[in-house]
Ligand binder design. Structure first.
Ligand code: UDP
Length: 403
């Protein structure tokens, strides 16, 4: 499997992960998060676990369990960390802890390295017995509601280290902090090359018109992804350039707000048959892949964004992209070189038109974008970084070459 990446991913990353694999051979590593489907975290773990396993590391992926009340609370915590004014009461925090306490009895936590993803399972740190524990935050915590953030830090600061996707998200805490952006897997069903027949199968089944340029946003139906803003931008563009808008999303089991937002989007789009709001079942990876490949322009107009894997996915397919200047999106889009960053509906509409009216520029930016993803955002780089952090924490920061 690793060999497949030679010639695709940077060679230095591959050599280093093989070396780290030797150092950690037969050692145990567990990733714990809150959903197996929907959203970027599950997307990454699916692909990453088999590669780490192939390196000879005894790796597992465990998913915590919670009920509706738990996920309502954790979605509120998530929203507050991204700056939305939510209040988390004492009883809510207590319930958050209680559910984690139950999970601690169910999950096997005694690994040499433990990666806890996001706030939902963060109280598990209270049940640590051994190993190196890392809190892996995927959320845009650049401007959080401080009361909520500070409460959560009571757990986070007990970890050996925290890992954020973007430097601006780092928090004042008495533990080591690392910056590791997420990544995509070029060989996943979501990103692999597709044949024309495979693309056509999706286009026909989902009844996608191909007679005009297609603007695409792929996202959970979440207000921070600003689907309404995307429709407004499209309406603005449509006055001058005929085009189709596709908003594709699927539900995530840890996101209870999805159906409400989907309904808002459907109502807002009603009456325009050139807007296609697609609710795809989980694991529609080949369909997403095909949609990204037939799109003329890919948009990710997020207002807050941990990283925005959809941006890398589209760039890897050589598409011209525009994204909200939020969270991890500016790491991927170098404004004017690998795409455009936008700050408003008007800005998004302006850049969409610029792409539509300058196809040559769109192709050139798409090519640069693909190369940029190759160098920086393929999964082997992220595995290199995770294993390096584990290594650095166990070996007090010594380089792998020193030991
Ligand atoms: N995704 C998907 N189907 C959908 C919507 C999203 O497979 O209907 C995938 C998308 O391709 C990406 C991930 O879910 O790989 C979303 O990650 P991102 O970082 O963009 O956002 P998050 O959902 O984690 O906030």
């Amino acid at each position: 499997m690793i060999n497949e990446y030679f010639g695709v991913a940077p060679k230095g990353d591959l050599l280093l992960i093989q070396k780290l694999g030797e150092k950690f051979r037969s050692r145990s590593l567990v990733h714990i998060n809150s959903t197996r489907e929907g959203g970027g975290v599950a997307e990454i773990l699916y692909r990453m676990i088999p590669i780490i396993h192939e390196l000879g590391i005894d790796v597992r992926w465990e998913v915590m369990e919670g009920d509706e009340r738990f996920y309502d609370i954790t979605k509120k915590i998530h929203n507050a960390l991204q700056g939305y004014p939510e209040k988390i009461s004492r009883q809510m925090w207590d319930y958050h802890f209680e559910v984690n306490q139950q999970n601690a009895g169910r999950l096997s936590l005694d690994s040499d390295a433990v990666f806890i993803h996001d706030p939902q399972p963060s109280p598990l740190i209270k049940f640590k017995k051994k190993g190196t524990w890392m809190w892996r935050c995927h959320i845009d915590v650049a401007n959080p509601i401080h009361e909520v953030c500070n409460y959560l830090k009571k757990y986070c600061k007990k970890f050996d280290a925290a890992i954020f996707s973007v430097a601006q998200f780092a928090q004042e805490m008495p533990i080591a902090e690392f910056i590791i952006p997420p990544s995509i897997d070029p060989f996943s069903e979501k990103n692999r090359e597709l044949g024309d027949k495979e693309i056509k199968e999706t286009v026909d089944r989902l009844e996608i018109p191909t007679d005009r340029p297609i603007i695409l946003q792929v996202s959970r139906f979440d207000r921070f992804k600003d689907p309404i803003g995307v429709i407004e931008a499209y309406r603005n563009v449509k006055k001058y350039n005929d085009c189709i808008l596709i908003l594709a999303g699927s539900p995530a089991t840890d996101d209870p707000e999805g159906s409400e937002v989907l309904e808002e989007v459907r109502q807002y789009a009603a009456g325009d048959s050139d807007i296609k709001v697609l609710l795809l079942p989980p694991f529609s990876d080949k369909d997403i892949n095909a949609l990204q490949r037939i799109a003329t322009i890919v948009v990710q107009k997020s207002l807050k964004e941990g990283f925005g894997l959809t941006v890398s996915e589209a760039m890897w397919k050589g598409k011209p992209v525009l994204g909200g200047a939020a969270g991890g999106i500016p790491l991927q889009i170098i404004h004017g070189i690998t795409g455009f960053l936008v700050y408003s509906v008007e800005g998004a509409a302006f850049r969409i038109r610029q792409f539509l009216n300058n196809p040559g520029m769109a192709v050139r930016m798409g090519e640069k974008g693909k190369e940029y993803i190759r160098q920086n955002f393929l999964m082997t780089r992220q595995i290199r970084d995770y294993l390096s952090v584990w290594y650095a924490l166990e070996n007090r920061g010594k380089s792998i070459l020193e030991l």
